[in-house]
Write a protein that binds this ligand. Structure first.
Ligand SMILES: [Fe+2]
Length: 189
């Protein structure tokens, strides 16, 4: 079962809308505008249909508790950009390539990694959030499940080789509203 939605705060609604519609291909599906629990404050809550099993939603907060907000869900916490991130499912490698070309056509730089069991492309959204498209390239087996349980329980598990990234540079000057920086550091998945 998929999730219904993930909700995140943005400090640049216009750029976020442009990225998730134009660069990601999602559709704005629903908006709620309501007071927050702080008198005099309010918020827009915008939901985007990802075409899959879960929507992505953003908060545009008009609330003093959001003053000075850092919307980066990883680097804002002092973590590398690849730790907390959003990964959307591509149908297959052909679909993944089409989504990579869509990003590159908009001037967005892309990192691509073949993880062995899945292949991913990465960039960052206008909020500084790592966004990934990922497609499985191998079935998940009983051996995988046994290995995963062993890793779960291991205190000093053997380390795999780090993933090898391939960088693709956007073809045109970046479109207004996009950020499109490929991550400088390498995600594990
Ligand atoms: Fe990931």
């Amino acid at each position: 079962m998929g999730f219904h939605h993930i909700a995140l705060a943005t400090t640049d609604l216009a750029a976020t809308h442009s990225f998730y519609t134009d660069a990601m291909g999602f559709d704005l599906a629903k908006a709620v505008v309501a007071p927050t629990d702080l008198p005099g404050s309010w918020a827009k809550h915008l939901f985007y249909d990802t075409g899959g099993d879960g929507m992505i939603a953003f908060w545009d907060l008009h609330d003093p508790r959001a003053d000075g907000l850092d919307p980066r869900i990883s680097e804002g916490l002092g973590l590398p950009v690849w730790v907390n991130h959003l990964a959307f499912a591509a149908a297959d490698l052909e679909d993944l390539a089409a989504r990579r070309e869509r990003w590159l056509d908009r001037g967005i730089d892309v990192m691509e990694i073949d993880h062995g069991f899945c292949t991913s492309i990465y960039t960052t959204d206008p909020n500084g959030i790592l966004v990934e498209w990922c497609t499985d390239t191998a079935p998940y087996t009983d051996a995988d499940r046994r290995q995963a349980l062993a890793v779960l329980l291991a205190t000093e598990p053997p380390l795999e080789a780090p993933p090898v990234p391939v960088f693709h540079h956007g073809r045109h000057p970046i479109t207004a509203g996009h950020t499109g920086a490929a991550p400088a550091t390498v995600p594990a998945t």
